[in-house]
Design a protein around this ligand. Structure first.
Ligand code: DGL
Length: 270
């Protein structure tokens, strides 16, 4: 029995890690589409097709529930897949809503009308595709009014992380934070709207300063998944846990081990 966690590459491991800690009794099947990463520079149609095909692979491996632990895939594909109809017994969930519920201080699943919230100035750091989709602002508008969101498209950061080039990734994060601060000098909160970015969370926090509350998705998504599985215990799936990649399994295993600081072994998805 395994729940599926999907990302374009390594970023979703930040969500997987939190989910494994929160739900130690649950098996997870992780799939990184490393052969096609990064998604964030692709157009919405391309991201949709790649995401759908990856999710179908995970369904074929016995997962009934797949978490799109990728904001870019969630922005381009989640609503479209759900509206297009899913096979019986299969579900796909994204990563925006738990984050926005935390930002707007809502209880899990509170669908009451949008209201004023304490946070007024929010910096959003995300991939070019997520920023262009405006999906974050759309989901936020369902829950809150009067929040000013300044989005910074963080070109290059995902490539640097996927390539294991931490020095370049750090330099890029600092320069994207500087660019954001030129547009919004004093954000109250910052959203790390890409699951790769928690791997650089300290650098974001240092560059933003201690007064800015940084929200990242791992623990928020894990908590929301725990609530979901309590209500839907039948969604654990039939397949086995593990780590699949469309890329070079040895190389991806090395990178994953480096990032999570524990041995992770990927096998090639077929
Ligand atoms: N980690 C992904 C996200 O949350 C996508 C990164 C990419 O492939 O560009 O947006």
């Amino acid at each position: 029995m395994a729940v599926g966690i999907f990302d374009s590459g390594l970023g979703g491991l930040t969500v997987l890690n939190a989910a494994q800690q929160r739900l130690p009794e649950v098996d997870f099947l992780y799939y990184g589409d490393n052969a096609h990463a990064p998604y964030g520079v692709r157009d919405a149609e391309d991201v949709f097709q790649l995401t759908r095909s990856a999710v179908e692979t995970m369904w074929a491996h016995g997962c009934d529930l797949v978490i799109l632990a990728c904001n870019t895939a969630s922005a381009a594909a989640l609503r479209r897949m759900q509206e297009g109809g899913l096979p019986p017994g299969k579900r796909v969930l994204g990563v925006f809503v738990p984050l926005i519920e935390a930002l707007t201080e809502r209880q899990w699943g509170d669908n009451s009308p949008p209201r004023e919230v304490s946070v007024k100035h929010v910096a959003l750091f995300a991939t070019p595709a997520t920023v262009a989709s405006r999906a974050f602002q759309r989901e936020l508008a369902f829950r809150a009014v009067g929040v000013d969101v300044e989005a910074q498209s963080c070109g290059g950061v995902v490539d640097a992380i996927e390539d294991g080039d931490e020095i370049l990734a750090e330099a890029l994060v600092r320069s994207h934070v500087d660019a954001l601060k030129r547009k919004m000098p004093v954000p109250q909160a910052a959203i790390l709207g890409c699951t790769h970015y928690p791997l650089m969370e300290d650098i974001f926090q240092k560059a933003l300063g201690p007064g800015v509350k940084v929200f990242s998705q791992g623990e928020l998504v894990a908590e929301s998944l725990a609530h979901y599985l309590e209500r839907h215990p039948n969604m654990m799936g039939q397949g086995q846990g593990g780590y699949l990649t469309s890329g070079d399994a040895a190389r991806v295993s090395d990178r994953a081990t480096q990032f999570l600081r524990r041995e992770i072994t990927f096998t090639a998805a077929c």
